[in-house]
Design a protein around this ligand. Structure first.
Ligand code: FRU
Length: 443
């Protein structure tokens, strides 16, 4: 069957452009996923708004349209990224109101306003009046005018906010603020790390098993063979008195600006943008009228070595159909979407998606390489180091792959554009099962 390029397991707009997930929350019995949305253009032009999906179980969703638009002086050039937190029966949404002044500006040291704005809603849809909480004048003197992407959480009876920023001497950092009422905020401290890029976007503080992490999406890191391979990166530090031990969230071509929230059952759920700004490759859906999707939601947990596991949320199980096995050397034709799993240790293997791409593990390196230019939209090769190999899971949707290695110790996400929904897999040195998947329901 011809691939119509519509995702079945990933939230994507019917038309227009999507980037970061925003305001992730569970409120009034529903999950809410807001997102950076340019409804007028698949290339991200026009008004930058928040779009909105809601649903009761993470696999049935309803598109609720545009939730917040740039319609006041303090956000006139874009309703940029932010978060959601529930207090006193209201969902409080915080975002950056982007302002670009007319005139001769570099928009780094002058000409840009970055306002922290709050709206509240009793149903996730109807928004209160916008309230500007912080403006450029409220940020420390060492900041450029790039300060954005508030993430708010509760801690010991009061509230904390972290913002991403670029200093005047071009260092990425985060700013921490504190509040008792979500309205009045006071600056507490900044944190940064040596030689770690010029701007940190979309920060998040994540707690797992008593250990804290600072997630950031840094820009300006030096690219390597097996790390920081993309134009911009995304990962997390261990957050103590200082920041240490950065690990990338995802080693594929398409992952950026993730956000976490806590589900009612205590799981920490994590969703990223399956895309990155300013990429040197393309997405074939853009010419069809839409571009980008979110990752399938992931559950985070603490590893015994202090790192983080990312696994597809267990709700995926409800979409699995009867599996077929794949064995060494025998081609298997299967329909997208599917889930593939293999859990045997091995030192060397490969899986080919015929005429599309090859994934392989050899010499302690897992490699994902496109063998067809068109199917990759210009994507080439990505690598990740693995001390040993203990297992592989893949969520393959109609135009994306998420590859979870060693139970989610390392992850690789990529978009891909097969012309047909049937793909032929040939494995060498590895065997396992392929489960055809039913799609999520998105209305
Ligand atoms: C990250 C980002 C954010 C900003 C938003 C604008 O992708 O650049 O820093 O708030 O996108 O759409």
């Amino acid at each position: 069957m011809k691939n119509d390029m519509r995702q079945l397991l990933h939230l994507e707009p019917k038309s227009g452009w999507l980037n970061d997930p925003n305001g992730l929350s569970f409120f009034n019995g529903k999950y809410h996923v807001y997102f950076q949305y340019s409804p007028e253009s698949a290339y991200g032009d026009g008004d930058k708004c928040w779009g909105h999906w809601q649903g009761s179980d993470l696999i049935h969703w309803e598109f609720m349209g545009t939730a917040i638009r740039p319609d006041c002086p303090d956000d006139r050039n874009g309703v940029y990224s932010g978060c959601g937190i529930v207090k006193d029966g209201l969902l409080n949404l915080f975002y950056t109101g982007n302002v670009k002044e007319d005139g001769d500006h570099d928009y780094v040291t002058s000409g840009r306003g970055a306002n922290v704005i709050r709206v509240t809603t009793a149903d996730g849809l109807d928004m209160s009046e916008k309230q500007t909480l912080l403006t450029n004048a409220d940020y420390p003197d060492f900041c450029s005018c790039h300060v954005r992407d508030p993430k708010v959480w509760e801690e010991n009876g009061s509230y904390r906010m972290v913002l991403g920023a670029r200093t005047l001497d071009d260092k990425g950092c985060v700013l921490f603020y504190r509040s008792d009422d979500l309205a009045k905020w006071s600056y507490e401290r900044m944190m940064s790390a040596p030689d770690f890029g010029y701007m940190w976007e979309c920060p998040d503080v994540i707690e797992l098993g008593g250990k804290r992490f600072l997630s950031i999406s840094p820009q300006g890191l030096e690219h390597g063979e097996t790390q920081f391979q993309n134009v911009y990166s995304s990962g997390c530090f261990t957050l103590e008195e200082t920041l240490c031990g950065f690990e990338e969230w995802d080693y594929g071509f398409d992952f950026y600006a993730p956000q976490s929230f806590t589900a009612p059952d205590g799981r920490v759920i994590f969703i990223g943008w399956m895309g990155i700004g300013d990429i040197p490759y393309s997405n074939l859906t853009a010419e069809l009228g839409w571009q980008h999707c979110l990752t399938f939601p992931r559950e985070l947990s603490l590893r015994s070595d202090g790192g983080i596991y990312q696994r597809p949320i267990r709700e995926l199980n409800a979409l699995k159909q009867r599996p077929v096995s794949f064995t060494d050397g025998k081609p298997l034709e299967t329909q997208l979407p599917f889930y593939l799993a293999s859990f045997a240790e091995c030192g060397r293997f490969s899986i080919e998606f015929e005429g599309i791409l090859l994934m392989s593990f050899d010499n302690g390196i897992f490699t994902l390489e496109f063998t067809d230019k068109q199917a990759g939209g210009g994507r080439t090769v990505r690598r990740v180091k693995l001390d040993n190999f203990t297992g592989l899971e893949i969520i393959a949707d109609k135009t994306s792959l998420e590859i979870f290695l060693n139970g989610g110790e390392k992850v690789m996400s990529t978009r891909f554009y097969p012309l047909e929904t049937a793909v032929t897999l040939t494995a060498h040195g590895i065997s396992g099962s392929v489960y055809p998947l039913r799609g999520m329901e998105v209305r």
